[in-house]
Design a protein around this ligand. Structure first.
Ligand code: ADP
Length: 495
C-alpha cells in the first residue's frame, strides 16, 4: 500500500492509550505502577507504561506454563498453528501504517525505514515461520535392524524474550514467530522506550486466534521486570537482544535460577572495509553513510568502523562527507527524513560523550559532532564522521549505537583483515572490492555472522543472523533459529 504523508500525519495526531500488561489474554495494570513514555520526536509525554512487578511476571510465566501444559497451542495440529500465524501476518499487514506510526512516535525511527523494517518485516517473519511449521520433520536414525530410533523435535516450553528499542517489531518477531511456530508459549519483555507497537502486536495475536496465555507481555524496567523474567523458574529458554552488560547479567540470572538456556544477540562494532579496487566508490560512499546513519545509527549490524585503503582515503572521506551532509535529519514521521531521532536523552548524551572522547584521543571530526534541532524538544544528533581513529581508541572498540562513524585507514589486505578482526565483537562486516578472490579471502578471514560484499544491509529472513565472539550466540532468522526453540528427544525402540 502506498502511503502518503497526510495519512501518516493523521495517524500521528491520534492520542495513544496507556500501555498495559497482557497476561492470560487480559490487559492489566502492573503492580509496579506506571512510568511516563516520552516521545523522542519532541520530548513530550506520549502516554504511560505499566511496570510489571516480580509478582506480575510470575503470574505471566505461570499463565504461559499452564497454557503450554494443557496443550491449547503446543498440541494444536500444525496446520492449525500455521493458519493462526498466517492470520496474524495478515493482520499486521492490515494495520501496518498504524503499527509503524505508533512505533516511530515511541522510538524515533524514520517512518520510511520503519514501514519496511517493522510491520513489513514482522509480517514476513510470521509468514516464513508459519510456512515452516508443517515442513520440519523428525528423523529416523540408521540403527541396526532390531531397533527403531526416532528423533522427535519438541517445543522447549516457555520462552522468555527480552528485546531492545531500536526495531521492536522486527527483532521481537524474529524471536516470537519461531517460538510460537514450534508450539512454545512466550512471555515478552519489550524495552521501556519501545513497548507500544509490541503491545499492539500482542493484541493482534489474540485477534488472530493465538489462545490466551500463549503469548503474554510484561512491560517495565529492565532491572525489575526483565530481571524477574530472567530469574523465573518457569522460563525454559531466554532469548535476548541488547547490550553486552545486560547479556552478562542474564547469564548470571540463569546460573542463579534454573540454568535456563540463554541466546544472546549483543550488538557489534562492525567493520566496513573499502578497497581502492571497489567497483563503484561513489556507491560505496553512499552505502557507507546509510550503513551507519540510518535510524540514527541505532542498528546492531551498523557499519560503525569504516576501514579505507590509504591510497583513496582522502577522496573517499570527502565523498562520504558530502553524502552525509545531504542526509536529512529531522522529524522521523516525515517521509523525507533519513536520520530520525535518538531514542532517549541518555542515549544522546552517551553519543556526545563518545565524540568528546574521540577528539580527546586524537580523532578528527570531519562533519557533525553536535546535538541537532534542540528547539524541537526532541533528541537529534548530526551524523558524525571521525577520521584518524586507531585501534586503541574508545571509538574503535566500543559500540556507540548512535550516528557516529569511526574511520581508520589501512595500507594492504593483510592490515585490513587485522583491523577488521581487532574487535571483541563479531556481528557483521562489509567488503568493497571488484577482486573476487580478495572478496572470498575476506569473507573467510573476517569473524562475523554476516559479511556483505559490495553492499551493506538488506539481508532478509531466509538467512541466519548469528553473532560470534562477544556479539552473542545462536541464530535469529532462517530455519536455523528453530533449533533454539526445540529440544531433541530420542525414542529407542526394541523391535
Ligand atoms: P540498551 O542499552 O540498548 O538499552 P539493554 O541491554 O539495557 O540495552 O536493554 C535491552 C533490553 O534488556 C530492554 O528490554 C531492557 O529493559 C532489558 N534489560 C535491561 N537490564 C536488564 C536486566 N538487568 N535484566 C533483564 N533485562 C534487562
Amino acid at each position: 500500500m502506498a502511503l502518503d504523508q497526510a495519512t501518516i500525519d493523521q495517524l500521528a495526531a491520534s492520542p495513544v492509550g496507556p500501555g498495559k500488561l497482557l497476561i492470560d489474554g487480559e490487559s492489566l495494570d502492573g503492580a509496579g505502577g506506571t512510568s511516563a513514555v516520552l516521545s523522542p520526536i519532541d520530548g513530550r509525554q506520549l502516554t504511560t507504561l505499566a511496570s510489571a512487578s516480580p509478582a506480575d511476571v510470575a503470574r505471566a510465566c505461570a499463565s504461559a506454563r499452564a497454557a503450554f501444559e494443557d496443550g491449547r497451542w503446543s498440541r494444536m495440529a500444525p496446520a492449525g498453528r500455521k493458519a493462526v500465524l498466517h492470520r496474524l501476518a495478515d493482520l499486521i499487514d492490515k494495520h501496518a501504517a498504524e503499527l509503524a506510526v505508533l512505533g516511530v512516535r515511541d522510538n524515533g525511527t524514520e517512518i520510511s525505514m520503519a514501514l519496511k523494517a517493522e510491520p513489513g518485516s514482522a509480517a514476513g517473519t510470521f509468514r516464513y515461520y508459519a510456512e515452516a511449521i508443517d515442513k520440519v520433520y523428525g528423523e529416523v536414525a540408521p540403527t541396526p535392524s532390531n531397533v527403531l530410533a526416532l528423533v522427535h523435535r519438541e517445543p522447549v516450553g516457555v520462552v522468555g524474550a527480552i528485546v531492545p528499542w531500536n526495531f521492536p517489531l522486527m527483532i521481537g518477531s524474529w524471536k516470537i514467530a519461531p517460538a510460537l511456530a514450534m508450539g512454545n508459549s512466550v512471555v515478552l519483555k519489550p524495552a521501556e522506550t519501545a513497548s507500544l507497537s509490541l503491545l499492539r502486536l500482542a493484541g493482534l495475536a489474540l485477534e488472530a486466534g493465538i489462545p490466551p496465555g500463549v503469548f503474554n507481555v510484561v512491560t517495565g524496567p529492565g532491572r525489575v521486570t526483565g530481571e524477574a523474567l530472567a530469574l523465573s523458574p518457569d522460563v525454559d529458554v531466554l532469548v535476548f537482544t541488547g547490550s553486552g552488560a545486560t547479556g552478562r547479567r542474564l547469564l548470571q540470572y540463569s546460573a542463579q535460577s534454573n540454568l535456563k538456556r540463554c541466546y544472546l544477540e549483543l550488538g557489534g562494532k562492525s567493520p566496513n572495509v573499502v578497497f581502492a579496487d571497489a567497483p563503484d566508490l561513489c556507491a560505496a560512499a553512499k552505502a557507507a553513510a546509510n550503513a551507519i546513519f540510518r535510524n540514527a545509527g541505532q542498528v546492531c549490524v551498523a557499519g560503525s568502523r569504516l576501514l579505507v585503503e590509504a591510497s583513496i582515503h582522502d577522496a573517499f572521506v570527502a565523498e562520504l562527507a558530502e553524502a552525509t551532509r545531504k542526509m536529512t535529519v529531522g522529524n522521523p514521521l516525515q517521509f523525507e527524513t533519513q536520520v530520525g531521532a535518538v531514542n532517549s536523552l541518555v542515549q544522546l548524551e552517551g553519543n556526545l560523550g563518545f565524540v568528546a572522547d574521540a577528539t580527546r584521543e586524537g580523532g578528527k571530526i570531519v562533519t557533525g559532532g553536535k546535538r541537532a534541532l534542540e528547539e524541537t524538544g526532541g533528541w537529534y544528533m548530526e551524523p558524525t564522521i571521525v577520521t584518524g581513529v586507531r585501534p586503541e581508541h574508545r571509538l574503535f572498540r566500543e559500540e556507540v549505537f548512535g550516528p557516529v562513524l569511526a574511520v581508520t585507514s589501512f595500507s594492504d589486505e593483510a592490515e585490513a583483515l587485522r583491523l577488521a578482526n581487532a574487535s571483541d565483537f563479531g556481528l557483521a562486516a562489509g567488503v568493497w572490492t571488484a577482486n573476487l578472490s580478495r572478496a572470498h579471502r575476506m569473507i573467510r578471514g573476517i569473524r562475523a555472522g554476516v559479511v556483505h560484499v559490495n553492499t551493506y544491509g538488506g539481508v532478509d529472513v531466509t538467512v541466519p543472523l548469528a553473532g560470534t565472539k562477544q556479539s552473542g550466540n545462536g541464530a535469529d532468522k532462517s530455519l536455523h533459529a528453530l533449533e533454539k526453540y526445540t529440544d531433541l528427544k530420542t525414542a529407542w525402540i526394541q523391535l
